[in-house]
Design a protein. Structure first.
Length: 268
């Protein structure tokens, strides 16, 4: 992988990790369409760590408050809304952790099948459109319940499959439960941070054992910085966008991209 490819894929990861169009699909389809070599585990890991950096920087005040509330609840120093939300975030990450541990190899095999990715993009498109059409948007963040966290967490577990947008699945699930777009997006980003941290930590340990990251330090650094910078910008964009606009434009984009990939071999 050359430096331009690393830069482009980093930008793609940052733009699509939080906007509900599936970063995993784009990381499969962009190299496939451009006939580039597959990025590999090391590069994929570093790109996700870049977007983790983006969400931590953007929500650092929220995470400090959540962590403080969680610690206070552990030592019996009273209950707070932050502590309650922290427990809901942890509860919501359990399904993805179980799915990644038990079915990780099965999901990983899908990354080499662009047409399966395209089908999952169509599923993402449908879920976004249904959530926007049916979501009542009557509840805000403090009104989230444990059942909501579990349902949104199950949606996130399904998003391990490439083409099922993590943010799209979790935002859609939360909206179908009656949550506002903005609250659904924030909870989605918080869940993503914990899952990326856990999965990324496991993959980093693997890379340290193999030494692969050291041999590709420059392109990995470029990809990391590009993913972090564009990821930070995309979070701010999406939160502003969802205050006044819906999910239909993202549903349309996923549908067009999915259909284009399905029919591309026909027109080649």
């Amino acid at each position: 992988m050359d430096l331009i490819q690393a830069l482009i894929l980093g930008i793609v990861q940052g733009l699509t990790e939080f906007i509900p169009v599936s970063s995993s699909a784009h990381l499969v389809l962009v190299p496939w369409l451009l006939r580039w070599p597959e990025p590999g585990l090391a590069f994929d890991t570093v790109l996700h760590l870049g977007t983790l950096m983006a969400v931590l920087l953007f929500f650092w005040r929220d995470f400090v408050s959540l962590f403080d509330g969680w610690l206070r609840s552990l030592v019996g120093r009273g209950r707070s809304s932050d502590g309650r939300l922290a427990w809901l975030v942890l509860l919501g990450t359990i399904p993805a952790g179980i799915a990644g541990t038990t079915l990780g190899g099965w999901f990983e095999a899908m990354f080499s099948q662009p047409h399966l990715v395209a089908i999952f993009l169509l599923v993402t498109s449908l879920s976004l459109a249904v959530a926007e059409y049916l979501g009542q948007q009557r509840r805000d963040m403090p009104e989230l319940r444990p059942l909501d966290a579990v349902v949104v967490g199950l949606a996130q577990a399904l998003a391990i499959a490439p083409g099922i947008s993590r943010s799209g699945a979790t935002i859609s699930a939360a909206m179908l439960l009656g949550t506002t777009r903005s609250a659904a997006a924030r909870f989605s980003f918080w869940l993503a941070a914990v899952v990326i941290f856990g999965a990324g930590g496991v993959e980093v340990l693997h890379l340290l054992r193999t030494g692969e990251a050291i041999t590709r330090l420059v392109p990995l650094t470029i990809g990391f910085l590009a993913a972090a910078g564009t990821g930070y910008a995309s979070i701010g964009f999406l939160l502003r966008y969802l205050r006044t606009r819906g999910l239909y434009v993202f549903a349309l984009y996923c549908a067009i991209l999915g259909l284009a990939v399905l029919f591309l071999p026909v027109v080649r």
